[in-house]
Design a protein around this ligand. Structure first.
Ligand code: PRX
Length: 636
C-alpha cells in the first residue's frame, strides 16, 4: 500500500518489503511519471559496491515535483516562505508559479552554458530562490551541490573544486537573526582559488552593495529578464546523479555523497507521506536549512513530490525572540513541525513564557532529526508543544541514507521517548559486535548496519568510489555500516546511542575530529592537537580541543589570546559551526608507545571524569594525563 494507516498495515508492508522487495518498491514507484519504465527494480553488489534501482528507467524528478501537480493542485501553495525579519512580507508560490519560476531559472542556467551532468554549486541564504535553483538544476539534469551558508571561504572552495563545479549561485548577503552573512564576499574569497568557476550568479537579497567582478558575476534578476518561462525537462536515467552533498567523516576531507534520481525520488516521497502521515491540506514545516540533507529531502523533494505545502523559514528560532517558531506555527496553522533536538533544548532554556503566548492547536505531528534527543527535551516537546496530543517522530537517518530509515510512523507505530523505534518498510537494520557477528534477539547493543539496499542509499562519493566502498562497505563485509552505535531493547525498539567513530555531532551538524584538528594545526604556533566531543546541554555535543603549542612560535601575550587565535583559525578554515567550545593548551597528548593518541582518555576528561580510564598500561607517559587533568577547562 502507498500509505500505512495502522499497525497491521505496517506489519504487512514490512513483511512484504523483506520477502518481495522488488515487488514492493515497484509498486511504490508506479505512482510517478516515468518517461520509460525500468527494466529491473534492483541490481546490487555490497562486496564491490554497486547498486542500481529502477535500471534504465527514464524520468525527470521535477516533472514529478511540479508538472504532475498542475492538473489538480496548480493553485495550491507549494512553498510558503517566511523571512528572517518579521516585518518583511512572506512569499507564497503556488505549484503553477513554482513550475514557472523553476523553468525560468532552468533557462538562466542553460543560457549560462550549464549542461546535463555539469555541477552547479549553491551558496545561498534560505530564500525561495534556493529551492527554485535546486529544482532548476534537476530540470536540466545538472548536478546540484549545495554548500551550507555557514561554511567559510576555504570550506566552500574545497567543495567547489572537489565537485569541479563550473558555476556558483550565491546572494549578496544572507540575513540570519540580527546578523547579515556576507555570502558574496566569502564567495569572492573562495573563488580566488577556484579556477573552474566561469560564472557566478548573484541574488540581490538585501539592499547592500557588493562588488561585482566583470566577466564573471551576473545579477540573478537581470539574468531572469533574458529568458523565457518554458523549459522542457531533460530526460534522465534513473541512476543519473541528482546531487552531491558534502559531509564529514572520521578521516580526511569531507566527502561528496552522491544521490541519484529514481530511487531517491521514490524513497523521499514514500517516507514523507508515511512517517508524517501527510494529508492533502496539511501545512508542513521543516526548520532545517537546505544546506543539509534534511532540507533536500524534507523541505524540497519529499513534500513537493507529494504535492504538499512546505514552509521555508529564513531565520533562526530566537529572533526577534524565542517565541518565533511558535508564532509562525499559529499564524500559518502549521500541522506538522519537524526540527532538531538542539533547537528544542535552546528554546527550553528560554523558559515557558515564550510558549504560553501561543495556542499551537493546529499541530498534529511533531518530528525531530539529526542527533539523539534526551528524555527531558522529548518530554518538554511532547507536553508543551504537542500538548500531549501529537506523536513525536524521532527520525534516524543520515546524509548517506537519503531518507528516514528508523522512525515511528505518526499515530501508527507507538512512540517511546528517546527511541527512533522501528525500521521503515524496506529497511533491514542489524546490530553487529566488533567481530562482525550479527547480534540476534532483543536486549542487545552493537554497531548499526543495514543489510539490504534501499532506494535512496548513497551511490558513490564524488570522484572516489574506493572511498565510498572503504568507508561504508568494508568495516563489515556485506553490510552498509552507519557509524552509529545502537541498542535494540527488550521490545525490539531501536535507540541510537551516537557515533562510534571519530565523528562528533554538534547541534545536529556532523564534524570529523580530524577535520577540526587539521584546521587547528594550521595555526603556526600549533604543534599538534586532538579534538573530542563532550556532553553539552544545548548542542548535544560540544567540541573540546587539546592543543600542543610551540612556545617559541607564539606571538601573543596571553593564553586567552592564543586560544582566541586558534578558534579564529578554525572559523576561517571550516566555519563557525566547527569553532571549539573549549580549548586546553597542554604540554603533550596521551599517546601509546606506538604513537596513537588515546582519545578514550581525552573524551573522559572532557566529560568531567577523572578516573576509570580503563587499561592505561600502553601509555607512553602517564604524567601527561595527570597534567591534563589538572588543567582541564571547566566552563567557558
Ligand atoms: O549519529 C546519527 C545522527 O546524525 C548522523 C547523521 O548526520 P547527517 O548525515 O548530518 O544527517 C543528519 C540528518 C539526517 C547519524 O549518523 N542522527 C541523525 N538522526 C538521529 C541521529 N541520532 C539519533 N537520533 C536521531 N533521530
Amino acid at each position: 500500500m502507498n500509505k500505512m494507516n495502522n499497525l497491521e498495515d505496517y506489519a504487512i508492508d514490512y513483511r512484504k518489503s523483506v520477502t518481495e522487495p522488488e515487488k514492493f518498491w515497484a509498486y511504490q514507484a508506479e505512482r510517478f511519471v516515468w518517461r520509460k519504465k525500468w527494466d529491473t527494480v534492483l541490481e546490487y553488489d555490497f562486496e564491490d559496491y554497486n547498486v542500481e534501482w529502477y535500471k534504465n528507467g527514464k524520468l525527470n524528478i521535477t516533472e514529478n515535483c511540479l508538472d504532475r501537480h498542475l492538473l489538480n493542485r496548480s493553485d495550491k501553495t507549494a512553498i510558503h516562505w517566511v523571512p528572517n525579519d518579521p516585518k518583511e512580507q512572506d512569499r507564497i508560490f503556488t505549484y503553477k508559479q513554482l513550475h514557472e519560476e523553476v523553468s525560468r531559472f532552468a533557462n538562466v542556467l542553460k543560457n549560462n552554458g550549464v549542461q546535463k551532468g555539469d555541477r552547479v554549486c549553491l551558496y545561498m541564504p534560505m530564500v525561495p530562490e534556493l529551492a527554485i535553483a535546486v529544482l532548476a538544476c534537476a530540470r536540466i539534469g545538472a548536478i546540484h551541490s549545495v554548500v551550507f551558508g555557514g561554511f567559510s571561504a576555504d570550506a566552500l572552495a574545497g567543495r567547489i573544486n572537489d565537485a569541479e563545479a563550473k558555476i556558483l549561485l550565491t546572494a549578496n548577503f544572507g540575513p540570519r537573526g540580527s546578523k547579515k552573512i556576507g555570502l558574496k564576499n566569502i564567495a569572492d574569497e573562495a573563488l580566488e582559488n577556484c579556477p573552474g568557476i566561469e560564472t557566478a550568479i548573484v541574488l540581490q537579497r538585501t539592499d547592500d552593495a557588493v562588488e561585482m567582478k566583470a566577466g564573471r558575476d551576473k545579477w540573478w534578476h537581470e539574468e531572469l529578464e533574458k529568458v523565457e518561462t518554458f523549459c522542457e525537462p531533460e530526460i534522465m536515467d534513473s541512476e543519473d546523479p541528482l546531487f552531491i552533498l558534502y559531509t564529514s567523516g572520521s578521516t580526511g576531507k569531507p566527502k561528496g555523497v552522491v544521490h541519484t534520481t529514481g530511487g531517491y525520488m521514490v524513497y523521499t516521497a514514500y517516507t514523507f507521506r508515511n512517517v508524517f502521515q501527510y494529508q492533502e491540506d496539511d501545512i508542513y514545516w521543516c526548520t532545517a536549512d537546505i544546506g543539509w540533507i534534511t532540507g533536500h529531502s524534507y523541505i524540497v523533494y519529499g513534500p513537493l513530490l507529494e504535492g504538499a505545502t512546505s514552509v521555508m523559514f529564513e531565520g533562526v528560532p530566537t529572533f526577534p525572540d524565542a517565541g518565533r517558531f511558535w508564532r509562525i506555527i499559529d499564524r500559518l496553522g502549521v500541522n506538522t513541525f519537524y526540527t532538531a533536538p538542539t533547537a528544542i533544548r535552546a528554546l527550553m532554556a528560554q523558559g515557558l513564557e515564550y510558549v504560553e503566548l501561543y495556542k499551537l492547536d493546529s499541530l498534529k505531528v511533531l518530528g525531530t532529526v539529526g542527533e539523539p534527543i534526551n528524555r527531558e527535551a522529548w518530554d518538554w516537546y511532547h507536553h508543551h508543544i504537542g500538548k500531549n496530543q501529537c506523536p513525536i517522530v524521532d527520525t534516524w537517518w543520515q546524509t548517506e541514507t537519503g531518507g528516514i530509515m528508523i522512525s515511528p510512523i505518526a499515530g501508527v507505530l507507538p512512540t517511546k521517548p528517546t527511541y527512533a523505534t522501528l525500521p521503515l518498510p524496506g529497511i533491514q537494520p542489524v546490530l553487529l559486535d566488533s567481530e562482525g557477528n550479527e547480534l540476534k534477539g532483543n536486549g542487545v547493543e552493537g554497531n548499526l548496519c543495514i543489510k539490504f539496499p534501499w532506494p535512496s542509499m548513497i551511490r558513490t562519493t564524488w570522484g572516489d568510489h574506493e572511498r565510498c566502498k572503504n568507508t561504508y562497505f568494508s568495516t563489515y563485509k556485506g553490510y552498509y555500516f552507519t557509524g552509529d552505535g545502537c541498542r535494540r531493547d527488550e521490545d525490539g525498539y531501536y535507540r541510537i546511542m551516537g557515533r562510534v567513530d571519530d565523528v562528533i555531532n554538534v547541534s545536529g551538524h556532523r564534524l570529523g575530529t580530524a577535520e577540526v584538528e587539521n584546521a587547528i594545526n594550521m595555526h603556526e604556533a600549533v604543534v599538534e592537537s586532538a579534538v573530542v566531543g563532550y556532553p553539552h546541554d544545548i548542542k548535544g555535543q560540544g567540541i573540546y580541543a587539546y592543543v600542543v603549542c610551540d612556545a617559541a612560535k607564539m606571538e601573543v601575550s596571553t593564553m586567552d589570546d592564543l586560544k582566541a587565535e586558534i578558534a579564529a583559525t578554525v572559523n576561517e578554515k571550516i566555519g563557525p559551526i566547527a569553532r571549539p567550545d573549549k580549548i586546553q593548551i597542554v604540554r603533550g597528548l596521551p599517546k601509546t608507545r606506538s604513537g596513537k593518541i588515546m582519545r578514550r582518555i581525552l573524551r573522559k576528561i572532557a566529560a568531567g571524569e577523572t578516573s576509570n580510564f580503563g587499561d592505561t598500561s600502553t601509555l607512553l607517559d602517564p604524567s601527561i594525563v595527570e597534567a591534563i587533568k589538572e588543567g582541564v577547562v571547566r566552563d567557558q
